[in-house]
Design a protein. Structure first.
Length: 192
């Protein structure tokens, strides 16, 4: 775990430095595309149930909406720039700040909304034993195409079987998800 923590800090710091020009370009595109802030902040639940502010690039209109567990690309509230960012997961890049601050990890169960955690049973609460991640085992196995119960099982599997090797495997698969889309791994999982 110590190595995981150091890896998170070093990689998130270096990635933020390298990606700073992209941050600036994305911020300009967001402002040109629709009114509202550049960043979207939302309460999420972290390790041991601690609440933190998740940071993302805003990809939707600035209208208030009811929080939900999933937003698909055909949602009319997603902006033009937002659709592109979501497809290539560019909207997630600011979470590197959450990783650098120690609220998240590069890899772990994806952070969820407080109302979801309120409904957790003992098995589901195991997700909270590790820091949430920018990517995770469910995220690279067809995430949006899974039921909530399936996602939980994948996340708990990760918590119970964590290793540096599994983290590197997830990071590699995340690159493939960004390039080819989640559908590829959703189909692969269904075929098993």
């Amino acid at each position: 775990m110590f190595i995981k923590e150091i890896f998170d800090k070093v990689v998130s710091f270096l990635a933020l430095l390298i990606l700073l020009p992209i941050f600036l370009v994305v911020a300009i595109l967001i402002k040109l595309d629709s009114p509202g802030p550049v960043f979207f902040l939302q309460d999420r639940v972290g390790k041991d149930g601690k609440i933190f502010k998740l940071i993302k690039f805003r990809s939707m209109t600035d209208k208030p909406r009811v929080p939900s567990s999933e937003v698909f690309l055909d949602n009319p509230e997603i902006t033009k720039v937002g659709r592109f960012m979501r497809r290539f997961q560019i909207d997630e890049i600011p979470q590197l700040i959450n990783v650098l601050r120690g609220e998240m990890s590069l890899v772990g169960p994806r952070p969820v909304l407080p109302f979801q955690v309120e409904k957790y049973n003992d098995f589901q609460k195991k997700r909270l034993l590790m820091k949430p991640g920018m990517t995770g085992w469910a995220a690279v196995n067809g995430n949006k195409y899974m039921t909530w119960e399936e996602r939980i099982k994948y996340d708990v599997y990760y918590v119970e079987n964590w290793s540096l090797w599994l983290d590197f495997k997830i990071i590699f698969r995340t690159i493939l998800v960004v390039i080819f889309g989640e559908e590829v791994f959703a189909k692969e999982r269904e075929e098993k």
